[in-house]
Design a protein around this ligand. Structure first.
Ligand SMILES: [Mg+2]
Length: 366
């Protein structure tokens, strides 16, 4: 419910993160179409530079497709240890401005800057300063979205990419959402989008025109979320110590895959991401789950728990591979794979400080 509190949320998102790190560290890659991933027939693109994106190359695309679209594409193997290092650097910059930081990925975080530690009057200026420091200290560019809630801040950060920032003020929020295609709504996946289209819901205005009951009847509990965000309402806190019950990462393929080698490569990339996440968050996990979404949208999961937490990167990779191999040869096309971790042991100190955003707005402007 609306409590009248106006918050200032900044969503920071590094631009083409893995690919930009590789271009930074190897001058020969500057200005070139670069894909992070493996060039092998079985490979999947983990990240693409802006030069590569101009050819239509994007993450989660099979390498073979990427090579067809962009014959001069340069493949670089991922270096998660380096990405993690940069991630730590940017988090340390964030912490000079607010303690309310919620990481979403190695290269993405929400910051609650309603009250910032440097007394910078606006969130706009705060975002500018943070981005300038990121550039100076890491040599990489970031984009920022600024708004009064997480949903809109995340949408805003995509508006001026790369190396830009955009604010959605409380006055702009509803109008911004009205023209937004439902496919772009966070929490609306391809299946839901399709269902919405069939119901004549194509953009935020269409969504807003539906009653709460109508949305509830069609989408259940998610209908409540759609009802709120159609009005620009999102009361979720920026939660720096969110206790994760599980963490996962997934990849939707550009086309359904049946080639075991291509699927395995993708699972390995996801396992590497999850290992990086474990290290960043200071957590340890005992259970790994591999999720498979089939071409017909049916879903399967395969899970294994160890007696003690995973203690190295390769161990996690091996178990993830064992699990995906349980569904080989695939009975039908695979459209998505995911790797998730659970059964956590968290370093206790990371959970000890509970800080809350202030309960009233301090400054009206952004
Ligand atoms: Mg990014």
């Amino acid at each position: 419910m609306d409590t009248g509190r106006i918050r200032k949320i900044i969503h920071i998102d590094m631009d083409a993160f893995y690919a930009s790190v590789e271009q930074r560290d190897d001058p020969a890659l500057k200005g070139k179409p670069v894909a992070v991933g493996y060039a092998a027939r079985r490979g999947v693109v983990a990240a693409a530079s802006y030069e590569a994106r101009r050819f239509g190359v994007h993450s989660a695309m099979p390498s073979i497709t990427a090579m067809r679209l962009c014959p001069d594409l340069i493949f670089v193997a991922p270096r998660f240890d380096v990405y993690r290092l940069v991630s730590n650097q940017i988090h340390s910059i964030f912490s000079d401005y607010t303690k309310l930081i919620e990481p979403l990925a190695l290269d993405e975080a929400y910051l609650d800057a309603t009250e910032n530690l440097q007394n910078i009057p606006t969130a706009w200026a705060t975002a500018k300063i943070i981005r300038a420091r990121i550039l100076k200290e890491t040599g990489l560019t970031a984009s920022a979205g600024i708004s009064y809630n997480k949903f809109l801040a995340k949408l805003a950060s995509g508006q001026r990419k790369p190396n830009g920032q955009f604010a959605i003020t409380p006055e702009m929020g509803e109008a911004f959402i009205e023209t937004l295609p439902v496919d772009k709504f966070h929490g609306v996946g391809p299946v839901t989008a399709k269902k919405m289209h069939a119901l004549g819901i194509h953009n935020g205005a269409d969504l807003k025109a539906r009653s709460l009951k109508d949305l509830w009847d069609n989408f259940g509990k998610s209908g409540l979320w759609y009802h709120d965000i159609a009005r620009g309402q999102d009361d979720r806190e920026v939660n720096p110590h969110r206790e994760r019950k599980s963490a996962s990462s997934e990849t939707t393929f550009a086309e359904d895959l049946t080639d075991p080698a291509a699927i395995e490569t993708s699972v390995l990339t996801l396992a590497d991401e999850m290992w990086a996440w474990l290290e960043t968050s200071g957590s340890r996990a005992r259970t790994v789950t591999v999720k498979i979404k089939w071409a017909d949208f049916q879903q399967s999961t395969r899970r294994r728990s160890l007696k003690i937490p995973f203690n190295d990167h390769n161990q996690l990779r091996e178990v993830a591979l064992e699990l995906i191999r349980l569904v080989f040869p695939p009975a039908k096309g695979i459209r998505l794979v995911g790797v998730g971790l659970s059964s956590f042991t968290t370093n206790t100190e990371t959970l000890s400080i509970k800080q809350r955003a202030p309960d009233s707005a301090t400054l009206p402007g952004f």
